[in-house]
Ligand binder design. Structure first.
Ligand code: AMP
Length: 285
C-alpha cells in the first residue's frame, strides 16, 4: 500500500484542473475511466478518483490523507479537515436568489421564505446567524427551477457567471460564501504520511505560484541595467550576464504575469531589446 492516498474528483468541473495540477506538480500517472485507484509512478502516492462531494468525508474518515474538493462542499459537509491550500480554480459563489418579479431586495426580505438548495447546512447556518427565519427545501439538483414549480420562493445555489440564474428568471440578492477548489488534509495526520502530504502541498503551491509569474530575458547596454532593474526588481536582484558583444549584457528576471503587459514597453524605452517572456513551471522560494 502507498504511504499517502489523495482523493481527486473523478468527474465534473473540478476533474480536469485537479488532475492537471497534480501532473504539473510532477506526479506521473495515467488516469483511466475504469479504475478508482491509480498509482503514481514516481512518488509513493495512490490517487483515488471519487465524487467531488464525497471527498470531505473520505479525508475526514482517513480513507485518504489529503484531497481536492470545493470549499462549498467542505462547508456543507461540516466535517473537521484542514484546508492547506486554495487552488485558484473552481471559483464560484453560493448566492441566494429570487425570481426577478419578487419584491425581495435584501437579506431581511428572506424572512419566512422557503429556500430550495443543495447546500441546506450552509443556508440554515447563514440565515440562523443573521436571525432570519427561513425554511430550507433540500434538493440535489435543478435547484434553479424550484421557484417556477412553486416548490420554493427563493433558492441558494452556486453561481459563477450568473447566466444560469438569468436564463431561469432569477436575480441574486446576497452572497453566502465565496468558493474555490481547495487542498484539504485530515487532522492529526502523522509520520511518513504527514511528511509526504507536506511535500505534495509544497509542490502544489510551487505550481500555483509559478502560474502567476513569467521569466523575462532581454539584452541591453550595460549602462541601462540600473534603469531596467528599477522596472523589474525580480525576486531579489535581476541576473546580469555579459554578452560577447562589448558593453552589452543579458538581464534575466521574474515578473508577475499580470504585470508583463505593463512592464514590456517600459523595458524597451529603457533600452532593452530581444525580450523573451517564458512560462515558469514551479517556484520554490
Ligand atoms: P460538479 O458538480 O462535480 O461539476 O462540481 C461542483 C463543484 O464545482 C462545486 O461544488 C463548486 O465547488 C465548483 N463550481 C465552480 N463553479 C461552479 C458553478 N458555476 N456551478 C456549480 N459548481 C461550481
Amino acid at each position: 500500500m502507498s504511504t499517502l492516498r489523495i482523493a481527486v474528483p473523478n468527474k465534473g468541473r473540478l476533474e480536469d484542473p485537479a488532475a492537471e495540477l497534480l501532473l504539473h506538480s510532477g506526479m506521473r500517472f495515467e488516469k483511466t475511466t475504469r479504475s478508482l485507484s491509480v498509482p503514481v509512478a514516481n512518488v509513493d502516492v495512490e490517487l483515488l478518483f471519487v465524487r467531488t462531494e464525497d471527498i470531505p468525508e473520505l479525508v475526514a474518515d482517513g480513507v485518504a490523507g489529503i484531497g481536492i474538493t470545493g470549499l462549498d462542499l467542505l462547508e456543507e459537509a461540516g466535517l473537521a479537515v484542514e484546508v492547506v491550500a486554495e487552488l485558484g480554480f473552481g471559483h464560484c459563489r453560493l448566492a441566494a436568489a429570487v425570481p426577478v418579479s419578487s419584491p425581495v431586495q435584501d437579506l431581511a426580505g428572506f424572512a419566512g421564505l422557503r429556500i430550495a438548495t443543495s447546500h441546506s447546512r450552509v443556508t440554515e447556518r447563514f440565515f440562523a446567524d443573521k436571525g432570519i427565519p427561513v425554511t430550507t427545501v433540500p434538493l440535489r439538483g435543478s435547484v434553479e427551477v424550484a421557484p417556477r414549480l412553486d416548490v420554493a420562493d427563493a433558492i441558494v445555489d452556486l453561481v459563477s457567471s450568473g447566466s444560469t440564474l438569468r436564463v431561469n428568471g432569477l436575480r441574486p440578492v446576497v452572497t453566502l460564501l465565496e468558493s474555490q477548489a481547495v487542498l484539504v488534509q485530515r487532522i492529526g495526520l502523522e509520520g511518513a504520511e504527514a511528511e509526504l502530504a507536506g511535500q505534495v502541498a509544497t509542490m502544489v503551491r510551487s505550481v500555483l505560484a509559478a502560474r502567476r509569474k513569467r521569466y523575462v530575458l532581454m539584452n541591453a547596454p550595460a549602462d541601462a541595467v540600473d534603469a531596467i532593474a528599477a522596472i523589474i526588481p525580480g525576486f531579489e536582484a535581476p541576473t546580469v550576464v555579459p554578452l560577447a558583444e562589448d558593453g552589452m549584457v543579458a538581464v534575466h528576471s521574474v515578473v508577475e504575469a499580470d504585470e508583463v503587459w505593463n512592464v514590456l514597453p517600459r523595458l524597451r524605452t529603457a533600452g532593452a531589446s530581444a525580450i523573451l517572456v517564458l512560462p515558469i513551471e514551479q517556484v520554490i522560494p
